[in-house]
Design a protein. Sequence first.
Length: 480
Amino acid sequence: MTDKNRWIALYVLCVGMLMIVLDATVVNVALPAIQDDLGFTQSGLAWVVNAYLIAFGGLLLLAGRLGDLTSRRGMFLVGLGVFTLASLLCGVAQSQGLLVAARFVQGAGGAMTSAVILGMIVTMFPEPREQAKAIGVFAFVASAGGAVGLLVGGVLTQSISWHWIFFVNVPIGIATAVLAWRLIEPDKGIGFGDGADVSGAVLITGSLMLGVYTIVNPAAEYGWGAGRTLALGAISLVLLAAFVAREATARNPLMPLRIFRSRNIAGANLVQVLSVAGMFGMFFLGALYLQRILAYDALQTGLAFLPVTILMGTLSVRYTDRLVMRFGARKLVLGGLALFMAGLALFARAPVDGDYVVDILPVMVLLGIGAGLCFPALMTLAMSGVTPSDAGLASGLINTTAQVGGALGLAVLATLSASRSNALIGAGESTAAALTSGYHLAFAIGAGLVVVAIAIAVMVLQPADQAKEEIEDPVDCEAA
């Protein structure tokens, strides 16, 4: 593959990723229109989002490993086909059942497509400087796509109809598949060896799907201490424990436990869970603050988040790779997390009569710069501790922790925010003041999660070049 074609292929992969990331948030601003059109109840409407999250978060790890074993290019193309077809079904849906079912299939296709992209990128760009730049482009798409989704959803819903937030995926998906077929060289996986780890696949997929379901449904609806929530959570943990036991003894494990010997893989995924929890909560509850308190419409809400997208894009695509090469990925992660934490803490002070320039724009600037520095560097560290044969697994793993962290953060922060607001309304506070206080609590907790992420990063993460030396010479490192 020529150098020019490699970069074109990168952009093709990132378009595929952007289409999938957009779908996680583009639906949010269209939910009222979908509810009015199809007659969803409030609890039923949540399944338009939850069906996607359960399939996406539950299948990422499995899809990433299957890409390693068979073909990452093949997995990407099949997933893209499934996602595109499911998007068409979502767009033509005239019933609640069809829309929810199509969203589940869409989530499965999204998992198959996105799980292998990062692994393909590190294989295509082995040279450190180019790899840092390529990961920066990917990280921007993966992280800023949520903010872009709010804007795109607002534009399409208000100017045409909610159906077009799904229809727009069809031509993009077809064009992306055609270009990927032509530009990305066929690859062959490492094979199934002694056979596929079917038991491990069933256990981890069941655990993740049940865990995400528990987070987005009974925990949010009935509370974290409810019997149903505790029972389902316990079953999810039992399945996870059984999976770990299985992987320790399987001849050809779905997820070799050796991958967690790398401090960077283990640490980066923990940092990812905590930081993305704060980010997803900020996108969702920040949008509610703008709409319910400041009376923004869907399009104005999307535009309000635009500085986050612009700053993340500018840093990720043009500058973060240079900063990684000069200062090291670990320092950028720490600096980015500090700015991200400051932005959430500042959002926790936004008043009922907030002004965009004074109270919101500084938050967006801090979050955009912080995320633009942190996430590309974090992905660089996560992939620095993995062998080429496990690149798809590591890619699927870090995407999985992002989705699980996002679902967990959204459920926890939204539940605590609603509880605070309801208590204050019951005590006689005005609705606006009570809602704002609930949002303040959520943003403050989000900032606290990022503080924990900073502590983990300081104690666990190591420079990328040191992690690569451990891969190349594991015997000497273990002896040391």
